[in-house]
Design a protein. Structure first.
Length: 428
């Protein structure tokens, strides 16, 4: 809940954080073993060999057979049938860059063998679509369960989008709402009300994601540190501390000033701890959601006073299934988020954009296509948003924002991240 996307757009045949780390042996792989291992990966995906014949025990302990099969199915759903090995480029002892040819894409990434010649590490994180198009991508987006939205377009007003699917519809966006907090903070700093190096005592805490929930009361931190943790690792405590400093009303004003098309869906502007509390005590949360805007403002101020920024004073939610994602959330359309990013681009001070670029969430090989990449995403069961601020080599700003809501079941981040890679691979 309320966290940034962990895969950082590197959809892997094995997620990066699970890939086994194998020390260098100093010995070169036996002739042909790298090629044979790549062929073995294909054979496992096709069901022609058992995973234990190709992958090391440590690898399979981290990535069970069922997960391998699920990842294979995700790749096939996006790119068609796996046709075979397209290439193997040795990278020293027991390592290679492997290329796998699917019907509609070449997938590339790193493979590492252990001393027994078994695959101990595999990270497929680059995809080059073959004969892809905006229309095909839009059709695949529309076929996902639940409701989806994509807005990929130049940021300048009045320009035609590259892909627009439900770009005017309101979607729950999870932690992407933190961009409104960042923009409100940067605006106050521009006005001279604060400075990025201003030191404040930590006086409020929330629940994970993040690290600051474990920091002691009164810990001195700069506004820059709070903002960087809020955006780069989606730290909820940092977020709530900044909302307290900037002010709920100022964040709400930033939302309105950005041209948000339905501000009543999100206002009054909730802190992360308040949203956790409303979802944990769902009867209270539903009563809040059903109230009018003035009553909501009264209720949330009373609730804020009651909990006083203390996580132990709320009923903690358990997020295993979608929980009131259509009523207790932060909401925006694709074009609403474009309006917000437009304001962030207009700041003369680049600090807010620099903070957005700390975690670009684009595989390393694709970063060279852009002169700037900033990112913020958000998720909880049934909610997923991925939002990028991009600048091409010609200096044109773009937005890619994607939302997926399903009130009936959790959504699958890997499938959406693959679609993002396809969008970013379209001709610029």
């Amino acid at each position: 809940m309320l966290r940034t996307i962990a895969f950082a757009l590197a959809l892997a045949a094995v997620p990066a954080e699970l890939a086994a780390q194998v020390p260098e042996t100093g010995e070169d792989a036996a002739p042909g073993s790298l090629e044979a291992s790549a062929e073995g990966i294909v054979a496992v995906f096709r069901g022609e060999k058992a995973p234990a014949e190709i992958y090391s025990p440590a690898f399979l302990a981290a990535v069970p057979e069922a997960q391998l099969e699920a990842l294979h199915q995700q790749l096939v759903a996006q790119f068609g049938a796996l046709q075979g090995v397209a290439g193997v480029e040795p990278q020293g002892a027991n390592k290679a860059i492997v290329s796998l040819r699917f019907e509609r894409a070449i997938a590339r990434g790193s493979m590492q063998l252990d001393a027994e010649g078994l695959v101990a590490g595999l990270l497929i994180n680059q995809f080059e679509p073959i004969d892809d198009s905006a229309a095909k991508i839009a059709a695949d987006i529309a076929a996902l369960p639940g409701e989806t939205s994509v807005y990929y377009a130049p940021l300048a007003e009045g320009t035609e989008p590259i892909v627009a699917v439900n770009a005017d519809e309101q979607f729950a966006i999870g932690s992407t709402f933190k961009l409104y907090v960042l923009s409100a903070l940067a605006r106050q700093i521009t006005a001279g009300e604060h400075s990025w190096d201003k030191v404040v005592p930590l006086s409020t805490h929330s629940l994970p994601s993040g690290v600051m929930q474990n920091w002691p009361e009164g810990a001195p931190v700069t506004l820059h540190t709070l903002a960087t943790l809020m955006i780069s690792i989606s730290d909820n405590t940092a977020t709530d501390q900044l909302i307290k400093i900037v002010g709920r009303d100022a964040v709400a004003e930033e939302l309105r000033a950005s041209g948000h098309s339905a501000p009543a869906t999100t206002l009054p502007f909730l802190t992360t701890l308040e949203l956790f509390g409303l979802k944990g005590d769902l009867a209270r949360g539903k009563a809040y959601a059903a109230a009018g805007e003035e009553e909501q403002a009264r209720l949330i101020e009373a609730f804020a006073t009651e909990i006083a920024g203390d996580p132990d004073r709320i009923v903690k939610p358990t997020f295993t299934q979608p929980t009131a994602i259509d009523s207790l959330e932060w909401f925006a359309s694709g074009r609403d988020l474009a309006g917000l990013l437009r304001r962030i681009v207009e700041f003369d001070d680049p600090t807010a954009r620099e903070i957005m670029a700390v975690t670009p969430a684009v595989p390393e090989p694709k970063r060279a296509d852009w002169s700037y990449i900033g990112y913020k995403g958000g998720s909880e069961p049934g909610v997923l948003n991925l939002t990028w601020l991009l600048r091409d080599k010609a200096g044109e700003w773009r937005i890619l924002t994607m939302s997926w809501n399903n009130p009936d079941a959790p959504v699958e981040p890997a499938a959406f991240e693959l679609i993002a890679q396809r969008l970013l691979s379209l001709p610029q």
